[in-house]
Design a protein around this ligand. Structure first.
Ligand code: AMP
Ligand code: GLY
Length: 414
């Protein structure tokens, strides 16, 4: 089977690496891919947010299955275009992708389905939003509506910070804001495949969103993750399925916009009770690096079952193992940083460890940095401690003076 993966980050490298291990995969193409993906796939330049261009490419090249990695192509309807052209594809259509693209849409679903989440109010008017903050007091959470790559959220510990966040959103992001109750607890990422009818949990993970050790510094796309998430006990998973995931999937189907793909629920858990922080409609990065390390080649069978509508017959074969992924980012990330620096030490192979590329490019014989998050050093082990030791041992052999990594990934769970 000829498979096309859209995207070029660490998530797509992890998916490509896992899928390439499945004998069903005879040919792998990635658009745009990166220097790591290029070792196992043909990388092509393609306008991945243009549904007509992606469909034409898939038809011309006799692609059997398209896997859409990032949210941007999903939100603009690339999955819809592919399905209309009769091409098998993994990922929700634009209407179902609203679960990530529009925070107000998700809140509406939460209200209709009585899903446990933060109380919230939606404003399109700055004075009314400021009044609301002054009435509620801090801590309080301010969110710009729409896709903001994790940068549109301020968890304000005092009122002045909340008001400043409102001023900034109304001056730069357009004029729609969600103001939420601050939820206490521990966060986890929960991934559930759906084919529009059935749902199948495909893994749990915990992510470290802050740039620096001790969960200090600015929010990022994620600086490291480990799977499974110890806080996601069987009971918490069952509650999350019963109260959050299944009602959402049922409501999407009822509306005639069934969700097909992976639903990524960001949960806040306190006292064994999960509440929804947000939905994403794609795999988490770097959560999938850890999960892919544990699932290996069966990921392809699971994504195919989701796309083909046969998820009720699928199952995940879990090993009793753990995996952990450490992001190496360019110094300065998530603000300004340099690109184009040579990274050495990538060739070394160690058992149960994989260095996924997130933002790299090739320059002659060299691999150079080409993004904010650049590498995801990922390892598996019988215990979380084993996986962590292996990943940090591998990190030491990388030579890239312009890069940095947190030294405490997994600390909460050890
Ligand atoms: P989001 O983009 O909605 O995932 O928000 C980014 C991060 O902000 C989340 O991962 C949480 O750490 C935090 N956050 C968002 N909403 C809330 C909330 N209502 N209460 C506490 N923390 C939150
Ligand atoms: N690591 C969180 C995300 O992918 O959104």
């Amino acid at each position: 089977m000829k498979i096309l993966i859209l995207g070029g980050g660490g998530r797509e490298h992890a998916l490509a690496w896992a899928i390439n291990q499945n004998p069903k995969c005879s040919e792998l193409i990635a658009a745009p891919g990166n220097a790591g993906i290029a070792e196992i796939a043909e990388c092509v330049a393609l306008e991945i947010e243009d549904g007509a261009a992606v469909s034409a490419f898939a038809l011309e090249n006799a692609v059997d299955f398209v896997i859409i990695g990032p949210e941007a192509p999903l939100v603009v309807g690339v999955a819809d275009a592919l399905r209309s052209a009769g091409i098998l594809c993994f990922g929700p259509g634009a209407k179902a992708a609203e679960l990530e693209a529009s925070k107000s849409f998700t809140k509406e679903i939460c209200v209709i389905c009585d899903i446990p989440t933060a109380k919230s109010a939606f404003f399109t008017d700055l004075p009314a939003a400021r009044d609301h903050v002054q009435n509620q007091g801090a801590p309080i959470v301010i969110k710009a509506d729409g896709l903001a790559a994790g940068k549109g959220v301020t968890v304000a510990t005092d009122e002045a910070e909340a008001l400043a966040a409102l001023d900034s959103i109304f001056s730069s992001h357009g004029a729609a804001v969600l103001i939420e109750e601050f939820m206490e607890g521990e966060e986890a990422s929960f991934f559930v495949l759906s084919d529009g009818k059935s749902a199948l949990p495909i893994g749990t993970a915990q992510d470290h969103k802050r740039a620096h050790d001790g969960d200090q510094g600015p929010n990022t796309g994620g600086m490291g993750a480990y799977s499974p998430a110890p806080i996601m006990t069987k009971q918490v998973i069952k509650r999350a399925m019963d109260k959050i995931i299944n009602p959402t999937l049922a409501e999407m189907a009822r509306r005639g916009t069934p969700f097909q793909g992976v639903l990524f629920a960001g949960l806040m858990i306190k006292g064994g009770q999960p509440r929804l922080v947000e939905y994403n409609v794609r795999f988490g990065d770097p959560e999938i690096q850890a999960i892919a390390m544990r699932l290996g080649g069966q990921i392809l069978d699971l994504l195919l079952a989701s796309a083909e509508g046969t998820l009720d017959q699928a199952q995940v074969n879990w090993a009793d193992d753990h995996a952990l992924s450490i992001i190496m980012a360019a110094k300065g990330y998530p603000a300004t940083y340099e690109k184009g620096e040579v990274i050495d030490g990538l060739k070394m192979r160690s058992p149960q460890v994989k260095v996924f590329h997130a933002g790299t490019a090739r320059a002659g014989e060299d691999i150079i940095s080409d993004g904010g998050r650049v590498l995801a050093i990922t390892a598996r082990g019988e215990t979380l401690q084993d996986a962590r030791d292996r990943a940090y041992a591998r990190l030491k052999h990388l030579n890239w003076p312009g890069g940095f990594a947190r030294t405490d990934i997994g600390w909460r769970a050890l």
